[in-house]
Design a protein around this ligand. Structure first.
Ligand code: TRP
Length: 335
């Protein structure tokens, strides 16, 4: 039996942090044998918010390097840069005529991001691209006829829209696209080190996250100053900060250490110093090889540029085939 197809994408927002890794990319790496995987770096999506073109280009190449460094294997999976597969944009236009203005108006991410722009105190410009962002996302998914999409909770509504677009296209023009389903997997959600009530995110500031490619000394320093108890804990409940460190140890695959520290915790004699040291050791051990591989890859940006083009070719050929069928069904000439 042929493998089911998975697609997922990530925005080139600058260096990945451990929240991105444990919350998404680690799972991408783990499922490479089980599924036929397509993974994209979506630079066109990054254009929907104010951005600097030079930074976008280098962030895109760096993200390719980072995905390779943490284990996406181009022998197994198709890795591509979205803008190097121009069929995505072509299918977006066709889907713009299949999606309704009303359903796009109901997308919560559009409302959230518009608000961020409005409250930024800078330019108040909200592009039409931000509005049609989820249509481009539907094109990313459907152009590879993906069966499954690993997505976080924040992307569920977008995936639903992709399914609606697939169903409507099929009804209007003839059965063509499968309905992509969410792929629910055991991912580890991490919270901020400095404020464990918030999801780990770079926008909170330096001390809130750990970069996946950070130097050992800096990782150790950040773990050391992570918030443990806030004094607001209810009864016997483990504080969010302590739980976060336990989750990290587990996510790094250190089950033995996890069990033993948990035993200490339950007996009431866990030393936070030990918990933090174990956490830092686990993170350093996991990420040191990632950092080394990333450094090797980003040393030669022109090689990375060539590599990105070469890797995207496979995606382009699959996307091109899908588009021939779409053009025929939609009443457009085939090029
Ligand atoms: N919107 C997604 C995010 O911000 C990124 C994305 C773009 C995506 N296209 C996709 C995710 C297709 C899954 C499938 O995280």
């Amino acid at each position: 039996m042929s493998k089911k197809r998975v697609l997922s994408c990530i925005q080139p927002t600058g260096e990945m942090h451990i929240g991105n890794y444990f919350g998404a990319v680690k799972n991408w790496v783990d499922i490479q044998d089980k599924y036929e995987c397509y993974y994209g770096v979506v630079d066109l999506h990054a254009m929907t918010m104010p951005y600097d073109p030079k930074i976008l280009k280098s962030n895109t190449l760096r993200m390719i390097a980072e995905l390779l460094a943490c284990g996406i294997d181009p022998e197994k999976s198709v890795l591509f840069v979205q803008s190097l597969v121009p069929q995505h944009t072509e299918l977006t236009w066709i889907f713009n005529c299949v999606a309704s203005y009303g359903e796009l108006s109901r997308m919560t991410q559009f409302k959230d991001k518009s608000e961020i722009i409005e409250n930024s105190g800078k330019s108040q410009f909200i592009s039409a691209g931000l509005f049609t962002y989820p249509v481009l996302q539907a094109a990313d998914i459907l152009i590879y006829k993906a069966d499954f999409v690993p997505v976080g909770r924040d992307q569920v509504q977008h995936l639903e829209l992709s399914r609606n677009i697939a169903v409507r296209f099929n009804r209007q023009f003839g059965e063509y696209f499968p309905e992509p389903q969410p792929l629910l997997t055991n991912i580890q959600k991490l919270v901020s080190l400095a404020d464990p009530t918030k999801k780990m995110s770079k926008s909170l500031g330096e001390k809130h996250y750990i970069g996946l490619f950070e130097e050992e000394a800096s990782i150790r320093k950040k773990v050391k100053s992570a918030v443990t108890d806030t004094g607001q804990e209810q009864g016997d409940l483990m504080s969010e900060g302590v739980e976060n460190l336990f989750n990290l140890i587990k996510a790094c695959g250190k089950d033995g250490e996890y069990e033993s520290l948990m035993k200490d915790y339950k007996q009431g004699n866990l030393k936070y110093k030990d918990l933090k040291e174990t956490t830092a050791d686990a993170l350093v051990e996991l990420t040191a090889p990632f950092r080394k591989r990333r450094e090797e890859l980003i040393r030669d940006m022109s090689y990375l540029e060539r590599l990105s083009k070469e890797l995207s070719e496979k995606a382009r050929s699959v996307a091109g085939e899908t588009l021939v069928g779409v053009r025929k069904l939609a009443g457009l000439p085939v090029i």
